[in-house]
Design a protein around this ligand. Structure first.
Ligand code: PMV
Length: 332
């Protein structure tokens, strides 16, 4: 096999209805349905080179050789793809170079954009043709939320793969992220999903999920901000209720996280269309209508404990940028 290369890019996404807990850990099939939108300005670009000269998979993230745990996870993901490759291609190792355009150490999870971009690049490099649904199902095996970074815009996910429920320009929302400074080591989401079932609240959260899912779908369909605000805040607080009551408990919030949540609710009481959601970390995502994004960002930035503010509008789906095989000229 000649050296084969492809480059792909995928956006991160922010869940409005959270995925927390798996009904099948190995296959990463979710315990409950979720909804997200892609973050146009927070993305990962990944180059995959399948090279017969390599003795093992190599992984470079943001210019640094990755920790062995990350290499093992990426190697296992590449094995899934190699298993479907034509005979001969299935044993070739890859050099994976992954670059995030968002700052390292900002506590913004990159696994969604990373596995979406990696799946698109690695399959294209091996010449495998897949539908968006197949690529979404593949990305899911690397990180559940990565399944939602394949389709464009507003995205829903229930089972094997995610699908687009509305185009990026359907609703001009912005995610203004209050990055709360922290040096603490946090429990990663793979470990967190496995703990969800230890909370007595998880059963109730999962049982009520179809109601929240439908409410959020309808809020997006009708661009009803008040309905969206009510359901996404309740959903995020239910997930953190499960996290805080797991064994061992997962306490992600810092004092500044709570300060932002209070500020968001008081801004909304004053008529500003903004609502919060929170992933597995202390940062607060302030979802707002685009015209108020500047005022939301300025207000949040002034709070004590907020290290920086990032922001992004709704983005498109994962895409292949280039593909190339040694000895064959790239298509222009
Ligand atoms: O895809 P994972 O395993 O990193 O899990 C993501 C979990 C949350 O970000 C907390 C919620 C979500 O739906 O994205």
């Amino acid at each position: 096999m000649p050296t084969r290369t492809a480059t792909a890019r995928a956006c991160s996404n922010i869940a409005l209805i959270k995925y927390w807990g798996n009904r099948d850990e190995a296959l990463r099939l979710p315990a409950n349905p979720s909804i997200s939108f892609n973050l146009r300005d927070l993305h990962t670009t990944t180059v995959v080179v399948f090279d017969p000269a390599l003795a093992a998979d190599e992984l470079i993230i943001d210019g640094l050789v990755a920790a062995s745990s990350a290499r093992t996870r990426v190697g296992a993901f590449l094995d899934l793809i190699r298993a479907t490759a034509p005979t001969g291609d299935g044993s070739v190792f890859a050099r994976v170079t992954s670059d995030n355009n968002f700052p390292m150490g900002a506590g913004i999870a990159s696994s969604a954009s990373a596995f979406a971009a990696l799946g698109v690049a690695a399959t294209a490099a091996l010449g495998l043709t897949n539908t968006e649904a197949q690529l979404s199902a593949l990305a899911r095996r690397g990180s559940g939320s990565a399944s939602r970074s394949l389709p464009a815009g507003f995205v829903a996910w229930k089972d094997e793969c995610a699908w687009s429920i509305a185009a990026p320009d359907h609703w001009d929302l912005v995610d203004v992220i209050g990055v709360v400074s922290t040096g603490e080591k946090k429990t990663g989401s793979t470990e967190g999903h496995a703990l969800a079932g230890t909370s007595p609240l998880q059963v109730a959260r999962v049982a009520d999920a179809p109601r929240r899912f439908e409410r959020c779908m309808s809020a997006i369909r009708t661009r009803d901000f008040d309905q969206l605000a009510a359901v996404i805040e309740q959903d995020a607080l239910m997930m953190h209720g499960v996290m805080m009551t797991s064994d061992p408990p997962l306490m992600y919030w810092l004092p500044a996280s709570l300060a932002i949540m209070h500020e968001v609710q008081s801004m909304r009481a004053r008529g500003v269309p903004v609502a919060f959601t929170i992933d597995a970390g202390p940062n607060i995502h302030c979802i707002c209508d685009a015209p108020v994004a500047d005022i939301v960002a300025t207000t949040i930035a002034e709070l004590a404990g907020v290290a920086r503010v990032l922001r992004s509008p709704v983005g498109g789906g994962a895409m292949l940028l280039t593909t190339w095989s040694a000895g064959i000229l790239p298509a222009l």
